[in-house]
Write a protein that binds this ligand. Structure first.
Ligand SMILES: O=C(O)C1=C[C@@H](OP(=O)(O)O)[C@@H](O)[C@H](O)C1
Ligand SMILES: C=C(OP(=O)(O)O)C(=O)O
Length: 434
């Protein structure tokens, strides 16, 4: 197995230009493919997750042309994929698998969707139930409730409201919202149970609006897509920098004094994970923001311990678990049960690996309580469980002045292939500590 050992460091400063947002990139690609007209996408993320979406759309007959490293031209299909029979491999990209399941279930074709082994353990039953109740014909090829899936042609009827559970993944609601305009009929979606990860729905609604479809809503309970809603290309669209990827660098600024500046995302971002900076402020870091940048610094010494409901920032919350190692007491991250069904069981993985650097960790069903060690244990070998965020988070341990080894560092390719190169430009050792 490949490993990467990061030397201990104690300062972090510098500027990083962020890669494009995964959530915005994959939504934009799908909406551009379904729209009338041609869309130029700027600053598209280049990573495994976006590669899976690009390949899938190409297989479905969409014409995609790369015109520069992060710039693509997408010829829209006016709501109907040219290819009516296909097998798609979607890796471990939730933002490709869930939305494509819904779009293809409404496309009168014959499709098989599969992914890596872990994707076949990630639930999709709530989305399949909602679609099949509206007339879709989706069959499980292995275990009920999980990919891989076989989608058969079917007549869809939206005269009854579609009901979807919201407490396992918000991506099911996102998938229905993005796909239902394909029917041309009015459609109402009712959310059953508490909706998690709410800010991701705002990203979905925002991008649908930019493609000309305005969804009516009753807060978080119900959403109505008007009859004859048609996606229209906005011409060109710019992808913001990834706010979840930003969290590692911003955390580095808080641990290693800073200033660390990220460019590509700012105070008016449509991504919920920018609210990670509120947690940094609660921990005592100093945050300044502009239209397209965020900067973090901190006075040397301990950060303040945190007790936070993290449901609105499920991805950036993993970075808070590492910041807790540098706090002045135990921190509690609450309402993060969804961690169990992501790239790995992140509650167990995080607890296991935090213990390797000396933390005392209580793993609840939906929370973590992390007591920092008096001194971080050096030379920990961190398992990453094919989870990009485990690898990126644990790089921050090096800023505690101890070497840390990241096992299988290339798993960062899911969303951030050159993460470690950029991280290493920020970290330094002060002269006084040599
Ligand atoms: O819609 C999206 O782009 C995402 C939604 C979140 O998932 P859940 O809704 O499953 O929490 C998040 O964790 C994921 O990385 C991206
Ligand atoms: C949960 C994640 O990914 P996905 O989009 O596959 O759900 C993630 O990136 O942290």
């Amino acid at each position: 197995m490949e490993t990467l050992t990061l030397p201990g460091a104690n300062l972090a400063h510098g500027t990083v230009k962020l890669p494009g947002s995964k959530s915005i990139s994959n939504r934009t690609l799908l909406l551009a493919a379904l729209a009338q007209g041609t869309t130029e996408i700027h600053e598209l993320l280049a990573s495994d997750d976006t590669q899976r979406m690009l390949e899938a759309l190409q297989t479905l007959g969409i014409v995609l042309t790369q015109i520069a490293p992060h710039q693509w031209r997408v010829e829209g299909s006016s709501g109907s994929f040219p290819v009516r029979q296909a097998k798609l491999f979607l890796g471990n990209a939730g933002t490709a698998f869930r939305p494509l399941t819904a779009a293809l279930a409404l496309s009168q074709g014959d499709y098989e969707l599969s992914g890596i082994a872990r994707m076949h353990e990630r639930p999709i039953g709530d989305l399949v139930d909602a679609l099949n109740a509206a007339g879709a014909s989706i069959e499980y090829l292995q275990n009920p409730g999980f990919p891989p899936l076989h989608i058969h042609p079917a007549e869809i009827n939206t005269s009854q409201a579609l009901q979807v559970r919201g407490d396992v993944s918000s991506q099911f609601l996102t998938a229905l919202l993005m796909a239902l305009p394909l029917t041309g009929m009015e459609a109402r979606i009712e959310v059953v149970g508490e909706l998690i990860s709410k800010p991701y729905i705002e990203i979905t609604l925002n991008l649908m609006r930019r493609f000309g479809v305005k969804v009516l809503r009753d807060e978080w309970r119900a959403f109505t897509i008007p009859a004859r809603s048609i996606y229209q290309s906005p011409g060109s669209i710019h992808v913001e920098g990834d706010a979840s990827s930003a969290s590692y660098f911003l955390a580095a600024g808080a641990i290693g004094q800073g200033p660390v500046k990220v460019e590509g995302v700012g105070r008016d971002s449509i991504q919920g994970d920018v609210r990670f900076i509120e947690a940094l402020e609660l921990m005592g870091a100093v945050v300044t923001t502009g239209d397209n940048w965020i900067e973090v610094s901190a006075v040397p010494g301990k950060l303040k311990a945190l007790d936070l409901d993290c449901n609105h920032i499920p991805d950036a919350a993993m970075t808070l678990a590492i910041l807790a190692l540098f706090a002045d007491g135990p921190s509690t991250l609450r309402n993060i049960a969804s961690w169990r069904v992501k790239e790995t069981d992140r509650l167990t993985a995080m607890a296991t690996e935090l213990r390797k650097v000396g933390a005392i960790v209580e793993e609840g069903s939906d929370y973590l309580r992390i007591t920092p060690p008096a001194a971080l244990l050096p030379n920990a070998h961190i398992d990453t469980y094919d989870d990009h965020r485990m690898a990126m988070c644990f790089s921050l341990v090096a800023l505690g002045g101890v070497p840390v080894t990241i096992n299988d560092p290339k798993c960062v390719a899911k969303t951030f292939p050159d993460y470690f190169e950029r991280f290493s430009t920020l970290i330094h050792i002060s002269n006084s500590s040599i």
